[in-house]
Structures are given as structure tokens and as C-alpha cells.
Design a protein around this ligand. Structure first.
Ligand code: COA
Length: 403
């Protein structure tokens, strides 16, 4: 196999569910306050998937958008990677469902599980496949439906996370240069039980008892995780930057995992960088785990924060503990992001035969939704709309989109 001249990021896209879960909503469920959440995390609101949505449907919408932006047809994709810790099922892989939903008939498809670092791990995997010459176009989607794995009576965790999906296409190029210039991936099992979900696996299969103990929900040691995050985000980014042969202050934009504003501020301080080099959108989405870097990347490019030739660093940390960074020289015209506008936010995922899921919404959230005083549209009837975009979105609105 002969590898390509370069491996480039050619498409990007995102999807966020319509329903906003505000801090005020959470005040109704746990002993917390908007003021506490905003000052300790920076989060104002997060999204919550509707009952008919799943990790696969969200990944498929973001994925179709990324494929359109890359100027490809679904069948041009050779491999589909879905990074998630909230798959539709334990098996099959969510990527298999996404393959059909995006209209692809020929790709290999599997999931990547590295928790919140999943997007960066999957990106590195995609790059390696393309660089080796084995595949030309790989779709990477990070997608999470965390609101179904949270204990909405635990104020330590339920305020942090939200739902959504981000995707990119990683492609072989016949042109020299550009694309990923340096990677770093690390795993530190000391953190294995700092962010974890105890039951459902082979160590503790699901049973009435595990459920009565609430072991099917995310657990977290916040302080330890915070300490690890600030350190590893900085060291992972620095290592990837060094491998690219760059200096930290040469980087035009850092796109960190969107977990906590204070973590991102600490990383900026540690690297001696101004905050305007850090892309932040966690105020609107919370922590969407493996989706967060993909969503942030799509919003950064569509919001005019990335130009051809820019040096961009994606960096993440997560359960495991895992951590990863990729230093990318940007090559795609940001205006191509407008091609995603033609992709409707709907996806059809194959349903099982002779089987129905129970109501997927956690009971406490269901009560909240039913008590909602706002204009009442049953969630099942909502056609999810376009997510609102950040400041400066479509900054180049007057330019023509190349065919
Ligand atoms: N609302 C109000 N009070 C809360 C609260 C909430 N949602 N959550 C915790 N508290 C309370 C605590 O019970 C504690 O009270 P006490 O002093 O009476 O015991 C107090 O606030 C301080 O808690 P502490 O844990 O010290 O807060 P913190 O400043 O460390 O912030 C996190 C907590 C979770 C926001 C922070 O530790 C964090 O972001 N950690 C990293 C988590 C993360 O990124 N996880 C994802 C990994 S990918």
C-alpha cells in the first residue's frame, strides 16, 4: 500500500438537539442554583435529545453534514468511526447503524471508546488508516446521549453533561502538506474509577439490584478529575505541538474538550496564552463528552474563527483517564461549511424487529418535561431545527459556495 501525499480534514458538521435544558430547569430537580453552576463551570444550558433520538441518529446528521461539506457522496466513505460512551446498544456498534443512516453501502464501521477523549482518539485512528494507504476517506463522528445515563438526583454530575454530535471527514490528498502534523494520546489507569459507570459490563451485569443501587448512572470524583484535566490538557497539547515542530504561541486556535470554563482558563494560564486563543462553547452545550471537540470545531470554523493556513490544536481528556491532542494545519475553505445547510436534521436508523424500547427518558426528567409551563409541543412531534450558531457565524455570508 502506498500512502497519500498528505492527510487532510476535508469536512465538518454538527448536530444539537432542539430541547434546551437550562440551569433553571435543573434547579427544579436538585439542590443547585444557576449562580453556582455558572460560576463553578461556566455552563448556562445544555441540550437534551428527544425520545425518538439516539446516539446514532445524532451521529448520522452530523456525519451527513460533514460528508456534504467535504463535497463527497456517502458511498465515498471507506470507514466510519463513532466515538461514544453512550452507544444505542452494547452491540452492534453504533457505527453500523450510522452507516445505513447516512446511506453508505460499502464502508467498514466500528466504535471507539475513549470517553471524552474519544473524538481525538478516533481522529488519530482515521488519520493512521488514511496515512497507511488503506482507506481514502474516513468519517469520524463523536456522538453522545448523556442525559439518559445521568442520575438527575445527583447534583455533582447531572449539571455538567449534555447531548449532541460532531463529525469530520479525514481524507487522502494528492497535495503536499497540511492536515495533522502532530499527535499525542495517553492513558493513565490511575484514573480508572474517577469517572465511571459501574454496572452493565461483565464485572457487574445489569440486574434489579444494580439498578436499585443506581449503578447504571455516571459517577465522578470531581476534584481529582479537575486536577488531572488541567495538567493533562496542557501537557498533551504541548507534546502534539512539539511533534508538529511548532511553538505554543504560533497556534491560532485551541479547541479544548468543553468540560469546565475554569479548566480551560487554567490551561490557558498554564500555557501562558490569552483566552481568545481558546474556543469555548460549553456555556451552551455543557460537556458533551466525545462529541464536544467535534461540535466546537464545527462551530469554530463556521463562526469564522479558522482560516486556511491556521494552526489549530484539538485537545481532550476523559475517563480512563485518557487524554489526547492533534495539531492540525487547516487546509479547507471555511465557506464550504455552508454545504451543510442543505442537510436536514433528520436521520432514519434501522429499528429492531419484534422489540420496543421502554421510555428512554429518565423519570425525573420526564416529570420536569411534563410540568414544563412553556408552550407545549409534544417532544415526539418536534422536528429538530438548526442549532443556534455562535457569534460571527457565516462571517463570509456574501461569498459564493464553490460547487
Ligand atoms: N450545586 C450546588 N452545590 C454543589 C453542586 C451543585 N450542582 N455540586 C457540588 N456542590 C457543592 C458540593 O457538595 C460542595 O459542598 P460542601 O463544601 O458543602 O461539601 C461544594 O459545592 C463544593 O464542591 P466541590 O466539589 O469542591 O466544587 P468544585 O469547585 O470542585 O466544582 C466540579 C465541582 C464538578 C464543577 C469540578 O470539580 C469539576 O469540573 N471537575 C471536573 C469534572 C469533569 O470535567 N468531568 C468530566 C470529565 S470528562
Amino acid at each position: 500500500m502506498i500512502g497519500p501525499r498528505s492527510v487532510r480534514l476535508t469536512g465538518w458538521g454538527m448536530y444539537a438537539p432542539e430541547r434546551v435544558l437550562s440551569n433553571a430547569d435543573l434547579e427544579k430537580l436538585v439542590d443547585t442554583s444557576d449562580e453556582w453552576i455558572r460560576s463553578r463551570t461556566g455552563i448556562r444550558e445544555r441540550r437534551m435529545a428527544a425520545p425518538h433520538e439516539t446516539t446514532a441518529t445524532m451521529a448520522a446528521v452530523a456525519g451527513k453534514r460533514a460528508v456534504a461539506v467535504a463535497g463527497l457522496q456517502p458511498d465515498d466513505i471507506d470507514l466510519i468511526l463513532v466515538a461514544t460512551l453512550t452507544p444505542d446498544y452494547w452491540m452492534p456498534a453504533t457505527a453500523a447503524l450510522v452507516k445505513e443512516a447516512i446511506g453508505n453501502s460499502r464502508a467498514a464501521a466500528f466504535d471507539v471508546m475513549a470517553a471524552c477523549s474519544g473524538f481525538v482518539y478516533a481522529y488519530a485512528t482515521a488519520d493512521a488508516y488514511v496515512r497507511s494507504g488503506m482507506y481514502r476517506h474516513v468519517l469520524v463522528a463523536g456522538s453522545e446521549l448523556l442525559t439518559r445515563f445521568l442520575d438527575f438526583s445527583d447534583r455533582n454530575t447531572c449539571i455538567l453533561f449534555g447531548d449532541g454530535a460532531g463529525a469530520v471527514v479525514v481524507s487522502a490528498s494528492d497535495q503536499e502538506g497540511g492536515g495533522a502534523a502532530g499527535f499525542e494520546l495517553t492513558t493513565d489507569p490511575d484514573g480508572a474509577y474517577m469517572v465511571w459507570l459501574p454496572s452493565g459490563g461483565s464485572r457487574s451485569p445489569p440486574s434489579a439490584e444494580t439498578i436499585s443501587r443506581g449503578e447504571h448512572y455516571v459517577r465522578m470524583e470531581g476534584k481529582e478529575t479537575y486536577r488531572y484535566a488541567t495538567k493533562t490538557l496542557a501537557t498533551s497539547a504541548l507534546t502534539a505541538i512539539k511533534r508538529a515542530g511548532w511553538d505554543p504561541d504560533e497556534v491560532d486556535l485551541y479547541i479544548p474538550h468543553q468540560a469546565n470554563m475554569r479548566i480551560i482558563e487554567a490551561v490557558a494560564k498554564g500555557l501562558n496564552l490569552p483566552m481568545d486563543k481558546m474556543f469555548v462553547n460549553l456555556d451552551r452545550y455543557g460537556n458533551t463528552s466525545a462529541a464536544s471537540v467535534g461540535i466546537a470545531l464545527a462551530e469554530a470554523v463556521d463562526g469564522g474563527r479558522v482560516q486556511v493556513g491556521d494552526k489549530v490544536v484539538l485537545v481532550a481528556f476523559g475517563a480512563g483517564f485518557t487524554s489526547g491532542a492533534v495539531a492540525i494545519e487547516w487546509t479547507a475553505d471555511p465557506i464550504l461549511g455552508r454545504r451543510a445547510d442543505s442537510v436536514e436534521p433528520v436521520a432514519s436508523v434501522r429499528a429492531p424487529v419484534n422489540w420496543d424500547s421502554v421510555d428512554p427518558i429518565p423519570p425525573r426528567l420526564r416529570e420536569l418535561l411534563e410540568a414544563d409551563a412553556g408552550p407545549h409541543v409534544p417532544l415526539e412531534d418536534v422536528v429538530p431545527g438548526e442549532p443556534p450558531q455562535g457569534d460571527g457565524h457565516r462571517a463570509d455570508a456574501k461569498r459564493e459556495v464553490p460547487a
